[in-house]
Design a protein around this ligand. Sequence first.
Ligand code: PGA
Length: 252
Amino acid sequence: MRRPLVAGNWKMHGSREGSRALVGAILEGLGPGAGAEVAVCPPFVYLADVQEALGGGPVALGAQDLCPVPGEGAHTGEVSGRMLAEFGCRYVIVGHSERRSLYGEDDATVARKFLAAREAGLRPILCVGERLEEREAGVTEQVVARQLDAVLQCEDGLEGLREAVIAYEPVWAIGTGRTATPGQAQEVHAFIRARVGERDPGLAEGLRILYGGSVKPENAAELFAQPDVDGGLIGGASLRADSFLAICRAAG
Ligand code: PGA
């Protein structure tokens, strides 16, 4: 059985005080014995505050990105996986479409980040997904396969997936209010699982594949009910405790 995961991607939002308040409200609303695993991914500069506010409780901490170079070195502006681990991060998002499209990250860079996360003992949340024109051109599976294979082809890539999570996020659904239908999500999730399954069926069976892209309290339950959808990566709706909590409850 795969335990669902709901991870909030706060992106470049919030403030120190607001982050603490949001975490407080999430912890209060979640209560004990939640079915799904819950994580929050604040901006780097709020990690220390959020770690403290989480207090080692049931909600896990994640970061939104990391440097592809492990350890430390002359990389102005970068943050390494080791540094993130020091703040108690369990997860780190790699290859988010905003990193790919706005900051020029290609598949090879994303694969390096994936491996750097693994080396630091973090669990990568590897984001994949097609752009609207790619869906319309009927090449969704090719795009997702290419993004996935960039990691699978690396030495240790397949092994790294054991600890990792994949997030399928169609670019046209991110922040647009236009969600993939449960059927569209399921189709791509099943494709991803099958592709990993060609190399290691047992690993594929245990692999958590999240859906991301305009998940809201109103559509979460239907998406999470799909057999290959194991939770969600939530942007906008994770910035308010009430909507985030409703989505967490929908996951189990
Ligand atoms: P959204 O973002 O929920 O605001 O669409 C999802 C994401 O980018 O991870």
